[in-house]
Write a protein of this length. Structure first.
Length: 387
């Protein structure tokens, strides 16, 4: 056997022995709510399509119109010939929604953080990241070569301590956090973080992947905090917006620099026209319909109230199970009741905190929510109650 295959086989065997091997399951998402897997229809509580816009007729039709007008691919990097007209329109829309001077659209949220952070930070600099922040913030930080330290989750005092110890030795400092934490559903205290960053001349980057469309009247986590000033607001077009793509909203000069230097912008093909067209149509709906944007969180609150859990701050509710095997087993038992709640295991979450991660969407009925609550009651009763 080639040493390459021997390596892969040993690695997979080790992951399998620890219930950490992952496999794909073909899933036909029927309408943003129901999915078909292995010939069975399941009600999904595992899609990030919070507003079910992936299947909205106006969003689908905008994608089709964009394909007819501009073709299926951008054809090149945006700096060559890939800057089709929908991208500029989408950027103007995102900047308006977020209240920034400008925006830059990327291929995905992951590519956004992989490109933006190394554009702004170098080995002379310091990056401080919330311990539970998304993997792509860590990837971007590593690529930058800066000194990277993590602060305990949402622990302002720890961040103050680290800034006190390390800020003076660094040229620039960047603080990175999720706005809505993807696996826990809680919010970062962006008002206090922004004040602290200003006091220490640190640049605050918030990742609003799970905020846009569902908190802050649909405008995202920064808008939950009237006093928050966040100079770097990134996010994705692949969750509540329903399609695919990523973005950074920031000042005009920062966006100009990012478009000149971010490697994951310069050396990759532009977002396809269909994705840009779909995102514009989805933003139309998000801006026009605040009631729609409020529904996923209202469902999460109903669920939590039914189980006596703390009131959620976003449509994401975790039930911590602990061991990966236990999370897989819980998920399998729910699937037997036609409920899809995928088990989340390390390294997506810290060791010992494998969980059922439940994501509510506007389309879930109250009856759906209460049925799920009854089905998960054994794990809810055992789950540690977060403050
Ligand atoms: C999903 C996610 C991303 C990545 O966005 P994609 O567009 O899917 O690449 C980034 N940050 C957070 C917090 C996420 O949950």
């Amino acid at each position: 056997m080639l040493s390459l295959d021997a390596f892969a086989e040993a690695k997979l065997a080790d992951l399998g022995a620890r219930s950490l091997r992952r496999t794909l399951t073909a899933t036909h998402r029927l309408d943003g709510l129901w999915v078909e897997r292995g010939g069975r229809r399941l009600l999904s509580f595992s899609c990030n399509d919070y507003l079910n816009l992936s299947h909205h007729p106006a969003v689908k039709s905008a994608a089709i119109t964009a394909v007819e007008a501009y073709g299926v691919g951008a054809g090149a990097s945006r700096l060559v010939t890939g800057d089709h007209p929908l991208l500029g329109e989408l950027e103007a829309r995102l900047a308006r929604l977020k209240g920034t001077e400008a925006a830059c659209v990327f291929g995905s949220g992951y590519l956004t953080n992989s490109g933006v952070i190394p554009t702004l930070a170098s080995p002379e600099d310091l990056i401080l990241i919330d311990a539970l922040a998304h993997a792509c913030l860590w990837s971007g930080a590593k690529l930058s070569g800066a000194k990277v330290l993590s602060f305990r989750h949402n622990d302002i005092a720890h961040l103050v301590e680290l800034l006190g110890q390390h800020r003076a030795g660094a040229r620039h400092a960047l603080v990175a956090t999720d706005g809505v934490f993807s696996m826990d559903g809680d919010l970062a205290p962006l008002d206090r973080l922004s004040a602290l960053c200003e006091a220490h001349d640190a640049w605050l980057l918030s990742d609003d992947a799970h905020g846009l469309g569902v908190v802050g009247s649909g405008r995202g986590s920064t808008h939950v905090f009237p006093d928050a000033r966040v100079p770097l607001q990134m996010g994705t077009l692949s969750k509540a917006v329903g399609g695919y793509g990523g973005y950074l909203c920031a000042s005009r000069t920062v966006i100009d620099l990012v478009k000149t230097r971010a490697r994951s912008f310069v050396f990759t093909t532009g977002l396809p026209p269909a994705s840009a067209g779909a995102a514009i149509a989805a933003l139309d709906l998000i801006e026009a319909d605040r009631d729609l944007c409020a529904q996923p969180l209202a469902r999460a609150r109903l669920f939590a109230a039914a189980l006596g859990l703390p009131q959620p701050q976003s449509p994401i509710v975790p039930l911590i199970v602990g061991a990966p095997e236990a999370a897989l087993e819980a998920s399998a038992r729910l699937e037997a009741q036609s409920l899809l709640v995928v088990a989340i295991r390390p390294p997506s979450v810290p060791a010992g905190t494998a969980r059922l991660r439940i994501a509510f969407t506007a389309g879930h009925s109250e009856a759906d929510v209460l049925r799920l609550a009854e089905a998960v009651r054994p794990w809810a009763d055992a789950s540690p109650k977060a403050a």
